[in-house]
Design a protein around this ligand. Structure first.
Ligand code: PLP
Length: 713
């Protein structure tokens, strides 16, 4: 290993007895502990909420008197000692799943590249599901003892915050991240200077600095071009997620793919597996081939060697969803690169050539597929769709022989599960249930949980959600620019005892957010049923450049604002990981209405499932594999129609009829103590079948056993 350093900053004035809190603030391990909110929150809950759960700022800004009090409070100290005992034993753990099952992997790091990482709400370097999946992957890799090192970007501006105008038009507020208050440590060299790497463009070099984020035992290195001697233009290349103009997008992806490899080299890594989470990082395959060519290999040998170690995960079920660059643009930026590969212009293009309706393009998806031996989609149906989509790359065999397999996504369980439920499960499944969470056998013990205890936890979580929504509205109202009708539209009238349906996700048109609005009068009858009210909570951002997505939000918002909804259909601004946590924990039903087969997998439904919310979704992505007739409900059937409009109409009818005839009557079928035992039975079936299957525990193990180990051989 080369030597490099990261150092925790000083400047925390903490009582000695609790001085290690600053250390914890710089390791995101705390974020997925069941007691995560308490260890910092208890110091000053008000400030904790106001600072958006940022422990570094909290420790800098909290009153010294409160810290002194905590350092003498027996209950707090017990929590503190418990937390640090766990932390220390975790960080020093010798026996892990990897050490026991795959010791050969020790010392052979996996490099994991992603354009975004969703780790915590204070670090808005993610836009949606792709990033949250990557974040959960790192957390689980850490838990399993997998030697994984990740690479991404430290975006100076972060993803935008969302506001809605009175008329439902999305306004994007740019965030400016204050790195000083984030758990990101600058990487320094031996002489105390920033460690940097360079990427050459046709007319200049761009210099990248590195930040380290500690995710338990897994380090994440984030590239940052905002430093001298870069021009102002270049400093901005890593300022935002996904530049829409293609020029900057190519440059950004070159920085990730080429700069990312160089960063790992500068840090002294020699990874044995290179995992690309989506095609944005696919230039890394060229940089690695260049390394081999520089070492004396022919182009063929170089490509062959890198291919064996590469793993590519595709998340995109539409050809246009991949980054497709015009050939001239690639020529512009890679003209200096291909001579170093001993490759001609056309040979380079052949590595990524894609015939699109608009002509030939350079496809990052094709580049990654051609240059990786491990290739996977993210659900079974998505695997089938991907094999069909990419048949042209392997034209000699049948479609089902196209070498793309699938590893269905999962979510990190303790990252998303409410503490109350975690505690309840510990009581009935055994204190060590978490160590066995991917074993279906263990989950049979869920039957032993008394219905009333499970019901009580669910009610608690719903009350927490409605309280939280009210506090959000209060804050929003005081900021100003908020019309009174928006107060109602933001959930102040939400009743924690009514059946509550959540729909939160990116507003992309294929997600069909407005399907439930197909027949508004019928919907109003549903939500306003006497004695059986129903509430619907919408949330989600549209990409700022996605006009149809923004129009969809507006269309939903205009209905939400109608007085006839009785404040029962609401839209919560600014969906992020924090709001997601409240929603997946607090609603009764999680609804998803994508147009098949575009969902690929979907993960928010898994987060809801592990909290005892029941899924009600189109049989697409993960839900097609999960649904068994008892653990939730389906919208429509396991098939696709030729006509989208007919499909939409049939799905809408199925949605309404299932709500009216099954879901609502079941929820309100109460015993004298106001418990619906049939509902609880479904929750139990849901917990038993979905948690072991759709966790990152199962998923990361599958990546190891089916893709990483193979790449090692
Ligand atoms: C989980 C999550 C997503 C992804 O949800 P999908 O079901 O894949 O749409 C998006 N955004 C946030 C904030 C999430 O937590």
């Amino acid at each position: 290993m080369n030597t490099f350093r990261t150092q925790l900053p000083d400047g925390f004035d903490l009582p000695k007895r609790i001085a290690r809190l600053s250390e914890l603030a710089y390791n995101l391990w705390w974020t997925w502990q069941p007691e995560s909110q308490r260890i910092f929150g208890r110091l000053d809950y008000d400030l904790w909420e106001r600072l958006g759960h940022n422990p570094i700022r909290l420790l800098r800004e909290v009153d010294r008197s409160r810290l002194d009090l905590a350092s003498k409070d027996a209950e707090y100290l017990a929590l503190y000692d418990r937390m640090f005992a766990n932390f220390d034993s975790y960080m020093n753990q010798k026996t892990t799943w990897i050490s026991q099952s795959h010791p050969r992997l020790i010392g052979r790091p996996i490099a994991y590249f992603s354009m975004e990482f969703g780790l915590h709400e204070t670090l808005p370097i993610y836009s949606g599901g792709l990033g949250v999946l990557a974040g959960d992957h790192l957390k689980e890799a850490s838990d399993l003892g997998l030697p994984l090192t990740a690479v991404g970007f430290m975006y100076a501006q972060g993803y935008f915050s969302q506001r809605l105008s009175e008329d439902g038009w999305q306004e994007a507020l740019n965030n400016v991240l204050d790195f000083h208050n984030l758990p990101a440590l600058p990487v320094m060299d031996d002489h105390g200077n920033r460690l940097t790497v360079e990427v050459e463009f046709p007319d200049r070099f761009v210099t990248l600095g590195l930040w380290e984020i500690r995710v338990g035992r897994v380090p994440l290195y984030l590239l940052d071009s905002n430093l001298d001697p870069n021009s102002d233009f270049d400093k901005n290349l890593t300022a935002r997620l996904y530049w829409s103009d293609l020029d900057r997008r190519v440059m950004q992806e070159l920085l990730l793919g080429v700069g990312g490899v160089r960063a790992l080299r500068a840090l002294g890594y020699n990874p044995s597996v290179w995992h690309m989470n989506e095609g944005h990082a696919a230039f890394l395959t060229l940089e690695r081939a260049r390394e081999y060519v520089a070492g004396g290999d022919t182009l063929e040998q170089a490509l062959e060697k890198t291919r064996r170690q590469n793993v590519f995960t595709t998340h995109t079920p539409v050809p246009a969803g991949n980054d497709e660059f015009p050939l001239w643009l690639i020529e512009k930026y890679l003209a200096g690169f291909w001579p170093q590969l001993n490759i001609s212009r056309d040979q380079l293009f052949d590595l990524a050539r894609h015939h699109m309706p608009q002509g030939e393009t350079f496809s990052m998806g094709v580049l990654a597929l051609r240059n990786s031996d491990g290739r996977n989609a993210v659900s079974e149906l998505h695997g089938r769709v991907s094999r069909q989509m990419w048949h042209s790359l392997w034209p000699d065999g049948e479609e089902d022989e196209v070498p793309i397999t699938h590893v269905t996504n999962g979510v990190h369980v303790s990252n998303w599960m409410a503490r109350r439920l975690y505690v309840l499960l510990s009581q009935y499944l055994g204190a060590d249930w978490y160590d066995h969470l991917d074993e279906p056998e263990m989950w049979k013990k869920v039957d032993a949980i008394p219905d009333n205890e499970l019901w009580a936890v669910r009610l608690h979580l719903k009350r927490k959600l409605s309280f939280y929504l009210r506090e959000r509205v209060r804050d929003r109202w005081t900021v100003g620019g908020f019309h009174p009708v928006q107060v109602v539209s933001s959930g102040v009238l939400i009743n924690p005892y009514a059946l509550t349906i959540g729909f939160a996700r990116r507003f992309a048109t294929y997600k069909r957010a407005s399907l439930i609005l197909t027949d508004v009068e019928r919907l109003l009858n549903i939500v306003n049923r006497p004695n059986m009210p129903v509430q619907i909570i919408f949330a989600g951002k549209a990409h700022p450049a996605d006009e149809p997505g923004k129009q969809l939000i507006q269309q939903v918002y205009r209905q939400v604002k109608r007085a006839e909804t009785g404040g029962r259909i609401v839209f919560i601004e600014d969906y992020d990981m924090n709001l997601a946590r409240y929603l997946v924990q607090g609603v009764d039903v999680w609804m998803n209405t994508p147009r098949r087969p575009y969902e690929a997998s979907g993960t928010s439904g898994m987060k809801a499932a592990l909290n005892g919310a029941l899924n009600f979704s189109v049989l697409d992505g993960w839900w097609r594999e999960a649904y068994n007739g008892r653990n939730g409900w389906s919208i429509g059937e396991d098939r696709q129609l030729e006509s989208q409009s007919v499909q939409d109409a049939q799905d809408a009818e199925s949605l309404y009829a299932t709500l009216e005839n099954e879901i609502i009557p079941l929820f309100y079928n109460r015993d004298p103590k106001e418990i619906s035992h049939e509902w609880v039975a479904r929750i139990k079936d849901n917990l038993k079948t979905n948690i072991p299957q759709f966790s990152t525990r199962r998923m990361v193990k599958e990546y190891v056993e089916r893709l990483y180990v193979k790449a090692l051989e």
